[in-house]
Ligand binder design. Structure first.
Ligand code: SAH
Ligand code: SF4
Length: 415
């Protein structure tokens, strides 16, 4: 989400004639886009700011934005603590960045502006982007209130964008040559607009043009069989699914307010695999949620082993003030660290053996990068593949046979 928003802001600045530079010491404008989903990211911001302060050239404009500064109290204390920050905004007014920069450059007056929610005219979802990839927001906010999560507080209630706006964004991106489009939302499976649900939206994006369509994030409670059926027959959909489970323990899932059980989850995974046999699966898993016992954690390990994800994003639970879990009995740091270490090691072995099973198989790879004849891209199941391709260009879809797997990295040759 933040990468996508950073791209969006880069687009705003480029439209004003600025371009990206490599060194902070050369920048005329520095934008620090923050995240508050975990506490570690938040505390790092002050360290980054200290470094930026000492490195930036005099007169450079320093902007801090994102979901950390969306919290008014955090924006205020950051403003006080870091007098050298010129502009502070939240998530809802990021699209105003260009206007804030213009105003600051004219007046030299510090701007601190955090909106409670976004205003109509700024609800734009398109992101210009890097290389072959583009992202399009289909909805904002979240209504789920998982007990650990700060997102519903800093991003507001769920709001879906009109279907026509999404379709015209996607058409525009395809016309500009983008080859992979990812639809974004905190819970895309609850998309609903004008009587159409998420699968309905996806069906309207089917076309004979060659591109790959992806989406994230799906919430297991809302992921439907109809969507898996559509993925199985679609000509454009990527064959991968990010379905964050968070925990393998029913007791913890309930305490998290996730509203599914591990059996519900297994059933959905089985259905998806039956309909889309070679689908690549990934997930978010959190360890150390308040009251998590060794037995709860064992259930998580067991679930991860049974699903055999291609890829896993692992998180140590982090306290977020204002959320219900913050008031529950907490685990000590050592226990949490030991659990995540074990989980990461376990997943590493799974990813490795899945990669080995890919040797000999052929995938359709979308080429995203090319350096001295060496191409890099993603397969339809989201696996990263490198190969040598002399007559291949960035943006091509190329059939590649995997010849080697090192850890989880695949390499192959054009067939
Ligand atoms: N809407 C998405 C996820 C958004 S946040 C979903 O429900 O799947 C991305 C991930 O950050 C979450 O899946 C969760 O694993 C992690 N996360 C969220 N809040 C967290 C917290 N307080 N501590 C640690 N990880 C957290
Ligand atoms: Fe947070 Fe849960 Fe909403 Fe995801 S679904 S953004 S984890 S509240």
């Amino acid at each position: 989400m933040n990468v996508h928003e950073s791209e969006k802001m880069a687009g705003i600045l480029e439209a004003r004639g600025f371009s990206v530079c490599d060194e902070i010491t050369e920048a005329d404008i520095i934008v620090l886009n923050t995240c508050c989903v975990r506490e570690t990211a938040e505390s790092r911001v002050y360290g980054h700011l200290g470094r930026i302060k000492s490195q930036k050239k005099s007169g450079a404009v320093l902007v801090v934005c994102g979901c950390m500064t969306q919290q008014p109290s955090v924006a205020q204390s950051l403003a006080k603590r870091c007098a050298f920050v010129d502009i502070i905004l939240g998530t809802f007014n990021q699209s105003k960045l260009g206007e804030y920069i213009d105003t600051f450059m004219h007046t030299g007056e510090r701007i601190i502006d955090v909106w409670e929610k976004e205003r109509e005219e700024t609800a734009c979802g398109i992101a210009r982007s890097s290389g072959v990839n583009a992202w399009v927001n289909i909805m904002y906010g979240c209504n789920n209130f998982c007990t650990y999560c700060i997102v519903p507080y800093v991003r507001g209630r769920e709001r879906c964008r009109p279907i026509d706006d999404i379709i015209s964004d996607v058409d525009g991106l395809l016309a500009s040559g983008y080859k992979q489009i990812t639809l974004l939302g905190q819970n895309v499976n609850s998309y609903s607009y004008g009587g159409k649900d998420f699968t309905g939206l996806l069906k309207m994006l089917e076309t004979d043009r060659k591109y790959r369509l992806k989406f994230m994030t799906s919430h297991p409670k809302d992921f439907s069989l109809a969507l898996a059926e559509h993925m199985a027959t679609s000509k454009i959909m990527g064959k991968n699914l990010h379905l964050p489970v968070q925990s393998g323990s029913d007791r913890i899932l309930q305490a998290m307010n996730r509203r599914y059980t591990r059996d519900d989850y297994f059933r959905k995974i089985d259905e998806v695999r039956r309909l889309v046999p070679d689908i690549g699966l990934s997930s978010d898993v959190m360890v150390g949620f308040p009251t998590e016992t060794e037995a709860d954690f064992d259930d998580t390990i067991d679930l991860v082993g049974r699903v055999r994800y291609n890829n896993l994003f692992t998180f140590i639970y982090s306290r977020r003030s204002g959320t219900p879990a913050d008031k529950m009995p907490q685990l000590d740091y050592k226990t949490k660290q030991a659990r995540i270490d074990k989980l990461i090691k376990y997943q590493f072995e799974i990813s490795k053996s899945i990669a080995e099973e890919c040797v000999g198989k052929t995938f359709e790879v979308l080429v995203a990068e090319k350096k001295s004849g060496k191409c890099f891209g993603k397969a339809e199941n989201d696996a990263a593949v490198t190969f040598v391709g002399n007559n291949v260009n960035i943006g091509d879809f190329v059939k590649v046979k995997v010849t080697d797997a090192k850890n989880a990295n695949l390499s192959g040759e054009v067939v």
